[in-house]
Structures are given as C-alpha cells and as structure tokens.
Design a protein around this ligand. Structure first.
Ligand SMILES: CCCCCCCCCCCCCC(=O)SCCNC(=O)CCNC(=O)[C@H](O)C(C)(C)COP(=O)(O)OP(=O)(O)OC[C@H]1O[C@@H](n2cnc3c(N)ncnc32)[C@H](O)[C@@H]1OP(=O)(O)O
Length: 169
C-alpha cells in the first residue's frame, strides 16, 4: 500500500521564521532580533525543511572550518523547525546520533535539511543533513520529545505564552 511520507505539507498558517513565537522568542538560532544570533529562516522543499546559512570567520573552530558545535546548532534548529513547519508541534531535542563526514568551510553557504522519519505520540525522529557544495558534511538522526503543556511549563520553569500552547501535546 502506498504510504504518504510523514509531514509533507506545511502546517497551515505557519510563518517559517522565529517571529512566529513573538517577542518572547530569544532563541540564539532563530530569533530575528537576537543581537549576536544566527537569525535562521526556513522553507519547505517537498518533505524537507531547509535553511541556508553562510558561516563567517567568526564561526570558525579549526582555521577555515566552521565550529562543529555551531554546525550542530544549525542542524538541531532545522530539525525542530521540521516539527514546527510540518507537524505544527514543538519538540525538545532528546538524542543526536551524528557523523561529520566532511568539514563545513566558512564563507561558503551551507544548507541544513531535515526530514521527519517517524512519529509517535511522544517522540519524533528526524534525519538531518548539512550540505555544502553538493556534499554531506554532517548527518544525524535526532529524536525530539513532545511534551504536554504541563510538562513544557515544568521544563521551561513558568507558564507558556498563550500563543505557544498549541505547539504542545
Ligand atoms: C513553542 C515554544 C517556542 C520556543 C521558541 C524557540 C523556537 C526554537 C527553539 C529550538 C531549540 C532547539 C531545540 C533544543 O535545543 S531543545 C534544548 C535541548 N534539549 C533539552 O534541554 C532537553 C533536556 N531534557 C529534558 O528536559 C527531558 O529529558 C525531556 C523533556 C527530553 C524528556 O522528559 P521526560 O523524560 O520527563 O519525558 P517523559 O518521561 O514524558 O518521556 C517521554 C518519552 O520520551 C522518551 N525519552 C525521554 N527522554 C529521551 C531522550 N533523551 N531521548 C530519547 N527519548 C527520550 C521516554 O522514554 C518516553 O518515551 P515512551 O516511553 O513514551 O515511548
């Protein structure tokens, strides 16, 4: 029987940048007005959520190479945005199983691509790739944990803004 891939249609009305969550969103990776953040934006291509980012010299670890932790930051973020865009849900990163097959060079665009591979009530698995000049530089299987409103409030340490509640179970 033909199986529809999970989450292939953008969740209706979803604006694919950090302004979606309003001024309380201070996310280093996606807040549009973070003073030193990455200010990532996202779009959907088929069953993938995609972000484009050009690392600067200030994102280096080894000379000429983007710091692996920052590569992971972009990859983690595009994974979460796959849940937001395709499922209308927010998940907290639970696990990452990652390889870095090639360096990401600074001052050249790298593309983050995330695809949802499985979904249950409480866990979503996604496959994330970071691609530069047509080659995979980072591949990871990540799990994201879906909390209910009470669990999210406990985790975040306070009540959720009204507009965030729908992103939880
Ligand atoms: C709307 C919000 C807007 C925000 C604006 C900014 C946007 C962008 C921000 C983007 C930021 C980027 C993203 C970030 O940076 S998210 C930040 C990085 N991640 C964290 O800080 C998570 C820290 N960990 C925790 O808080 C808890 O351990 C979590 C919440 C993960 C689970 O809590 P808890 O343990 O109490 O949950 P449960 O007992 O109900 O279990 C539920 C199910 O999950 C399974 N499980 C549990 N742990 C793991 C695990 N580690 N791997 C795999 N599976 C795990 C468990 O077996 C069970 O499965 P099942 O038995 O039902 O099958």
């Amino acid at each position: 029987m033909h199986q529809h891939p999970i989450g292939t249609t953008p969740h209706p009305g979803t604006r694919l940048d950090g302004s979606l969550f309003g001024p309380q969103n201070r996310c280093f990776a996606c807040s549009p007005d973070h003073p030193t953040g990455l200010r990532l934006k996202f779009h959907v291509e088929g069953d993938e959520v995609v972000t484009n980012f050009t690392p600067a010299r200030s994102h280096e670890g080894a000379p000429g190479v983007m710091h692996g932790g920052l590569v992971t930051t972009v990859a983690d973020e595009v994974g979460v945005w796959a849940l937001i865009a395709l499922l209308g849900k927010f998940g907290f990163t639970g696990t990452m199983n990652t390889r870095f097959p090639r360096p990401v060079r600074v001052e050249r665009e790298v593309q983050g691509r995330a695809k949802i591979t499985s979904k249950s009530t409480r866990i979503v698995h996604a496959q994330i790739r970071m691609v530069q000049d047509g080659a995979d530089c980072f591949t990871s299987t990540m799990s994201f944990i879906l909390l209910n409103q009470k669990g999210a409030e406990t985790m975040l340490g306070g009540p959720l803004p009204e507009g965030w509640k729908k992103y939880f179970r």
